[in-house]
Design a protein around this ligand. Structure first.
Ligand code: GUN
Length: 297
């Protein structure tokens, strides 16, 4: 069996095409585009690459995009006042501070400083709390979990009653996606197990999964014999495993041994080109939603 490849690039293109129409509608009705401020601190290559792609996508959608880059030596107070500037800016609907931040800065203090109504990453405790309460319509859902759920829906993967195993308990991916898929509603209603570094018999849990979501940050962690034949495998890992000889670009690998896993899974996401583009599409969707909310209120 060869698994169906879930093409995140194509799915995200479809989503962005719909958003482009909404941007046009916003401009026609209110005379301005959604505004997104992206803040990058330091020069971590992965963060630079993520932010570059987010900015490019925002510009493609003709957002009002403001990009702020600051050295890793920025103080927490300086960063907080930059965030506050965009909290107060009526042209800005969404604020994104790329994580991780340097160790000298308290990430939680920065995330909490963002106006929850502009927190298009969905990391503020107000948004996470509302997501936990199932108040999806009034909050911003974190982009990677939302992108994973969207991929499941668009690929026709049955989540209702499915055994879902999530590998990894990060605050950005593992924990929120486990909550989302366990809630009632389309693309959810699953029985979710969250496994992590202290889990005994990790492989045994994975073998029970109809849907296996892996966000561990360990290249090739999931071996093919951990996969139930026919399962849907969502690989969130983006691991830099080397450099391309000719282009000098980073060679990326997921958390799943892809070449072997695709012979066993029913559906599988590639790395790159799977979850990554969907995360960006969900960020754009949250920003368009923020603009509607701000302009209609
Ligand atoms: N770092 C890794 N993923 C993300 C994300 O989705 N948003 C932000 N702000 N930082 C990240």
């Amino acid at each position: 069996m060869q698994a169906e490849i879930l093409d995140g690039v194509q799915m995200s293109r479809d989503i962005l095409a719909g958003l482009k129409e909404q941007v046009a509608a916003l401009k026609a009705r209110y005379g301005r585009a959604p505004g997104l401020a992206t803040i990058l601190v330091g020069e971590d290559p992965a963060s630079v690459s993520y932010v570059t792609r987010k900015v490019r996508t925002a510009l493609d959608l003709e957002f009002h995009e403001v990009q702020e880059t600051r050295p890793a030596a920025i103080t927490q107070e300086e960063l907080l006042s930059l965030v506050e500037r965009y909290n107060q800016d009526p042209q800005i609907d969404g604020i994104l501070v790329q994580l991780p931040l340097p160790a000298s800065i308290c990430e939680q203090a920065v995330v909490r400083a963002i106006d929850p109504g502009k927190d298009v990453d969905g990391f503020h405790p107000v948004n996470l709390g509302q997501m936990m309460q199932g108040l999806r319509e009034s909050c911003y859902v974190p982009c990677t979990p939302a992108g994973i759920q969207e991929m499941l829906v668009r690929s026709g993967t049955v989540t209702d009653g499915a055994e879902v195993v999530v590998v990894g308990r990060s605050a950005i991916v593992g924990r929120p996606v486990a909550v989302l898929l366990g809630q009632k509603g389309p693309g959810a209603n699953s029985t979710v197990t969250l496994v992590h570094t202290a889990t005994r018999d990790l492989a045994d849990h994975c073998r029970r999964a109809d849907i296996l979501i892996v966000a561990a940050g360990v290249p090739g962690l999931v071996r093919p014999d951990w996969i139930k034949p026919g399962a849907t495998v969502i690989d969130v890992g983006v691991n830099r495993v080397g450099t391309h000889e000719r282009t000098g670009k980073a060679l990326l690998s997921g958390d799943v041994a892809f070449d072997e896993a695709r012979l066993r899974a029913g559906r599988i996401t590639p790395v790159p080109g799977g979850v990554g583009p969907m995360t960006i599409a969900m960020l754009m969707k949250n920003t368009v939603q923020a603009a509607w909310r701000h302009l209609e209120s």
